[in-house]
Design a protein around this ligand. Structure first.
Ligand code: KG4
Ligand code: ZN
Length: 345
């Protein structure tokens, strides 16, 4: 039995977790900063760093106590060292390094995006015992839209990425256009549930015929133009005016359909093209059940998707990825540094 202590502070969640054998969550503590950033409509980096400093020690103590764990039971410490906000990553990395040194425990630096992939095996139960390869993964969050091929643990090839906005960023920006709160994804999904996805024909950016990349800025501009055509000043209108005047459900449904259409089509095609045995989703946008439904409809192979609370940022996924790296003998040392622009491959 191997127990990994995981830390995640790459963006606006301070998270600490303890995971057994890469799959079983013993504790998963998350201090979200949503309220802190909501009034700015996005994450404010300096505020995020300070909030991590305030939250990390209480979160760590809570994670130990929930798991009824002490130091003897911890085999290694895994921490996100990139990609993410530099000041935010520094808090987690330095805290983890301090603990590893003080308690003489092995240390592992984890790529946040790899964590989103490994969230798929948490609490998987008997139906999915170990990751199988090749695996095609779609990681869609507020900061990333990556299409990835993995041939084995820790081995990745990036097939495609966004050329402009990330998928979650598009949800957040469109939510703002519609006068909704931040983060926008959950609210758009809720409204879309009662809307007509065919009322507005928004563009799908398929790009070149063989392209695996994504692009969402044209879609965002099209929604903005539609808002103007519906008689709302896209720059000046208050959130209340927007919500009153606009057919929110139909706009949300039509927008979501355009995003889901492109994401699902490309990931299903990639799985087939590269002979994947499994298809995995991850990242905050994977919490969207319409996306999961469409991917399941289109894919020829089993589709994995974490429950919504494990799609968004957490430290259990970092501990899970850490387990497989620990098992393969990997170790970081105290020179481990943050890598804000770290790609998955
Ligand atoms: O993975 P995550 O928690 O943080 C990053 O690493 O970015 O993802 C947050 C993003 C936000 O843009 C949020 O709007 C989006 O995920 N999101 C959703 C849903 N829940 C969260 N997007 C669409 N549908 C959802 N249900
Ligand atoms: Zn994330």
């Amino acid at each position: 039995m191997t127990r990994i202590l995981g830390f995640e502070t790459s963006c606006d969640e301070t998270a600490v977790a303890i995971v057994r054998d890469g799959v079983e969550i013993e504790s998963n503590v998350i201090a979200a900063q949503t309220d802190l950033h909501a009034r700015f409509g996005g994450v404010v980096p300096e505020q995020a760093s300070r909030a991590h400093v305030r939250a990390i020690l209480p979160c760590f103590e809570e994670a130990l106590s929930q798991a009824h764990a002490d130091w003897d039971g911890i085999d290694a410490i895994a921490v996100t060292h990139g990609p993410g906000l530099a000041g935010a990553l520094l808090v987690g990395v330095n805290f983890a390094k301090g603990l590893a040194y003080a308690r003489n425990k092995p240390l592992l630096g984890i790529n946040h995006l790899e964590g989103h992939v490994y969230a798929n095996w948490l609490e998987s139960g008997p139906s999915v015992d170990e990751p199988t390869f090749p695996l095609v993964a779609l990681i869609v969050s507020g900061g990333h839209s990556d299409l990835v091929l993995s041939d084995g643990h820790g081995s990745y090839r990036r097939l495609g990425r966004t050329r402009d906005d990330a998928a979650g960023e598009a949800f957040d920006k469109v939510a703002r256009l519609l006068g909704l709160g931040f983060p926008g994804g959950p609210e758009i999904e809720r409204l879309a549930g009662s809307g007509d996805p065919r009322r507005f024909r928004f563009p799908r950016a398929w790009l070149e015929p063989d392209a695996w990349d994504f692009s969402f800025s044209g879609l965002k501009t099209a929604v903005r133009q539609q808002v103007v055509d519906l008689g709302v000043d896209a720059d000046q209108a208050t959130p209340e005016e927007r919500r009153e005047k606009l057919p929110l459900a139909d706009l949300a449904a039509s927008f979501q359909d355009a995003v889901v259409d492109v994401l699902a089509t490309k990931v299903a095609r990639a799985a087939q093209t590269f002979g994947a045995t499994r298809l995995a989703l991850g990242g905050g946008v994977a919490a969207n059940r319409a996306l999961l439904q469409r991917v399941e409809d289109m894919a020829q192979v089993p589709v994995l998707c974490p429950p919504p609370r494990l799609c968004t940022d957490n430290a259990a996924m970092i501990a899970a990825a850490g387990f497989f790296r620990y098992r393969s003998g990997e170790r970081a040392d105290l020179t481990l540094d943050i890598e804000p622009g770290l790609p998955i491959a």
